[in-house]
Design a protein around this ligand. Sequence first.
Ligand code: HEM
Length: 444
Amino acid sequence: MCKKDDILMRIFQIFKPYNGRLMRFWFGGSLLIGLCDPDHVQKILSSPKLVIKHEIYDFMKVFLGQGLITGSGPLHKQHRRLIQPLFDIKFIQDSEKLFRKHVTVCIGKLEKFMDKGKFDITPLIHECIIDYFSEIILGLPFRCQLKGMSDFDQAMIEVFDLIFARMTQLHLQFGILFNLSSYKSVQDRLKRIIRGQGQKALEESRKRRSQLTKDPTIEEKFSPLIDRITNVLGEINDEQIIDHILTLYAAAEDTISNIAVFFVVCLGIYPEYQDKAVKEIEETIGKSKIPTLEDVPKLKYIDSCLKEVLRLFPIAPLIIRKCSEDYKLENYVIPEGAAIVVPVFNIHRDPAHWERPHDFYPDHFIPEKVVKRHIYSYLPFSAGPRGCIGKLISHNALKIFICIFLQHFKVEVDGKLSDLDLKMDISVRPKNSYNIMLKRRNWH
Ligand code: HEM
């Protein structure tokens, strides 16, 4: 019962008094059990019995069908088992090469903003990440950075708002009322564009694969995930392939862009941490060498900074499961049918686990502090059988991005972290665009 943009902070306030405890509340006719104690969270997220996503995720199915985020049950388990190994080291290495190409274009575009005052970096980062994931997931090298956003790219931005409206406004959860609302025509338009792009990617994939079958001597350059998924899943229909690749694209593009923007903004707000990150780059990689995958483990301080960004701005501020059978949790029984809510945003800012819960403080991740903390007090990628399958590729891409960015630019921000008002629309985002300033980095 508040403005859409205030929902995140409202939920934060509701859960806050229950830090470390269990709570229950009703949302319309649904019983929700909230868990903030990392011991409880560990039991829930690692239980193979509690892997069913709550019905609230069904509103995504219009666009993403039975992909890995929305699907549940034996088919989900089987497909996840086959898709997860596709993110092997060879795929990550090959895709990282393509990533560097897209980041180089992005740097060229950002150079035009140097010494020109404040600007919003969000669209430029988005375009770079769109090009990357379009190429490695959909197999469609869009060149969005050179040609601008397509209808599909715009639709993927709009869709989060629409799904969130349905998740949070009770009347829109009833099909009849939703169909009478103005949202219905928006949904139809977005569905046509998004599924249409999936279809196009599938046709291109078929052409690529048939050329290879006809002439196996053609050297296979890079095989995007759509081709790999079709190969490993064998007998699945076109709709299922489209479900999977659109799901992976949606899970990947928006998350990485969002985190990359927060990362740049945080380093701008905290110049002392930016200087430490730059010193690390100078000592490990150098001023101008484009970092490779092998260089990533050297970036230990940047790793702490990234983890801190993911703590403050968890992409999934709430994880919601459906309790499919009565579940005994210590002295309580969570009844079948209830929703189990893990308020990640709250856990990530609980002073019981974090010395400076609301600050950007990379030292939260120095090894001595990490070992003292419960492993389930930090859940940016969730955990257990429904945890994120893109964690490794995300960590590598974000560290490579920030390293190249800092080799070129010094970022400045006029403001404090507390000025950065947050909202959620499935993911956590800034309420308003947040402007930065860029200068050329002067290496001594
Ligand atoms: C910074 C980047 C990312 C973050 C913070 C992130 C976070 C998450 C989280 C929290 C979940 C669990 C959501 C829930 O249970 O409601 C999740 C699931 C998932 N993520 Fe990611 N993700 C990131 C990037 C990626 C990338 C790059 C991919 C793929 C290329 C990906 C693919 C998936 C998939 C397929 C699932 C569903 C897994 C399942 O339920 O079986 N993610 N992610």
